[in-house]
Design a protein around this ligand. Structure first.
Ligand code: AHR
Length: 490
């Protein structure tokens, strides 16, 4: 079956693509840090203990920002534990993930790792067990050039120049009853507004992200955003959104349509933000930082949580093995983020390595790409500068069109039909003459196929050419597939 043609026009523009849409997330959780990005004894590790094989894959993935150090972890984290001489760093329990953290890896290691990976750091501060004073200390430690106790401590720890971290998250998921320091909307709104105002006294140009909702299913969804923006509107640039989609709680057809929920989430938050702006007579547009999103088998955990007297260091946690269907959903979630590029100005795939991640490692062994690696890496590398407005082509096929303003048009598409293939038809006459088109396709006769340490390349993208007839490009999308179509105009 053929879907309606997509007919992008140069004057129907959604907005520019902020490269921060292609961010990810590193939390002190499971093996994301320890034996993920950091493993001094690994054969590929550099002098700082960073795994070289993982750094290579991170660069290939094309991530632009990394949110750190959590996640739930941040809500009881003492950042001072993770700086200074290694032998003086305290070993602590992490109550969020029932684990032990050696604090071998902390802020300075993270900043050095970001520099090695070529990514922008995005820091979260603890508003659960701590507050404005400790957030200010961390900000000064990171961003003040020198001449104060905290900035000189950073210099003594080896970083002469300030890190100039631009984006700061005011806590994490404070709407969640699972969060250490969980707050009501009013409590969080008050605490975040105070923190934001004071952080801006240090530097009015840093970009602040207020916590939004941890999903549309939260009892406070909507009322939370309104209360937080009413209090923080003048001080924050972003409100966050978090969403995870679980293949184990519905049938395949419903799971494949996960992006419908993300789409509704974004539209609702935008409406609330604009109502708050209108009530104040303001033209300011609050952006969304979708700083946790992914597929996660949360209801049927892949690894058991430690409990009782067992407080392991870097246990295997949340090590979901992703299928082709999961990759298609990840691709469709990216399409949704791009479709809202004018308002979603930052996003973080949660997480980067081992923990619900596109990259997996074995301690002391290999690193490989999960199925979900491919839609992310290809979208990050091929997305053009601008998103063009197009309607959804059909019930089963979703797509988004990006353009570089000249000769490159890239369309990302999914076929969410589990039972049949559909053709995607692009009518590009409004943009120019088509010189050629190539397609990267992620699909498999078995939608549950996965990549593993033993078969790391079981699922890879297939590259081929599309059918071009005049200004029309036709791409066959098999059942459960994701595609990137790269069109060159004459
Ligand atoms: O990404 C895993 C966890 O999911 C994060 O720690 C938390 O913020 C969210 O609930």
């Amino acid at each position: 079956m053929t879907s309606s043609p997509l007919t992008p026009r140069p004057d129907a523009v959604v907005g520019s693509v902020d490269r921060r849409l292609f961010g990810s997330f590193v939390e002190h959780l499971g093996r994301c840090v320890y034996s993920g990005i950091y493993e001094p004894s690994h054969p590929s590790a550099d002098a700082l203990g960073f795994r070289g094989d993982v750094l290579e894959l991170v660069r290939e993935l094309g991530v632009t920002t990394i949110r750190y150090p959590g996640g739930n972890f941040v809500s009881s984290y003492r950042w001072e534990d993770g700086v200074g001489p290694l032998e003086e760093r305290p070993v602590r329990l992490d109550l969020n993930w029932h684990s032990t953290d050696t604090n071998e890896f902390g802020t300075d290691e993270f900043m050095a790792w970001c520099a090695a990976a070529g990514v922008e750091p995005m820091m979260a501060v603890n508003i659960g067990t701590r507050g404005t004073a400790e957030a200010l200390d961390l900000l000064e430690y990171c961003n003040h050039p020198g001449g104060t106790a905290l900035s000189d401590a950073r210099r003594a720890n080896g970083a002469q120049n300030p890190y100039n971290v631009r984006m700061w998250c005011l806590g994490n998921e404070m709407d969640g009853p699972w969060q250490v320091g969980h707050m009501t909307p009013e409590q969080y709104a008050h605490a975040a507004a105070d923190m934001a105002r004071t952080m801006h006294k240090f530097d009015p140009t840093i970009e602040l992200v207020a916590c939004g909702s941890s999903g549309t299913g939260m009892a406070t969804f909507g009322t939370w955003e309104r209360a937080v923006l009413d209090a923080c509107f003048d001080e924050v640039d972003f409100i966050s959104a978090h969403a995870y989609y679980d293949p184990t709680v519905s049938d395949l057809e419903s799971f494949l349509r996960s992006s419908d929920n993300m789409d509704r989430f974004i539209r609702t938050v935008v409406d609330i933000a604009d109502e708050v702006a209108a009530a104040r007579g303001s033209d300011k547009r609050i952006a969304i930082s979708f700083d946790e999103w992914n597929v996660w088998r949360m209801a049927s955990p892949t690894n058991p949580m430690p409990s009782g007297d067992d407080w392991p260091i870097a246990p295997a946690l949340l090590e979901d093995v992703y299928t082709v269907a999961d990759a298609v959903v990840v691709g469709s979630l990216l399409i949704t983020l791009l479709r809202h590029a004018n308002r979603v100005r930052a996003a973080s795939l949660a997480q980067l390595v081992n923990v619900i991640a596109p990259i997996m490692t074995e301690p002391g062994g290999s690193a490989w790409r999960q199925t979900t690696f491919y839609p992310f890496s290809i979208t990050a590398s091929l997305a053009g500068e601008t998103v063009l407005e197009t309607p959804r082509p059909s019930e089963h096929v979703d797509a988004v069109v990006t353009w570089d303003g000249e000769r490159d048009v890239t369309v990302f598409a999914v076929n969410l039909d589990a039972g049949a293939g559909h053709d995607l038809v692009l009518d590009l006459a409004g943009l120019g003459d088509v010189a050629g088109a190539e397609v990267a396709l992620v699909t498999d006769p078995d939608p549950l196929a996965t990549n593993t340490a033993d078969a790391p390349d079981r699922v890879t993208p297939a590259w081929g050419s599309a059918i071009v007839t005049g200004a029309t490009v036709t791409v066959a999308l098999p059942a459960v597939s994701w595609a990137a179509v790269r069109v060159t105009l004459r």
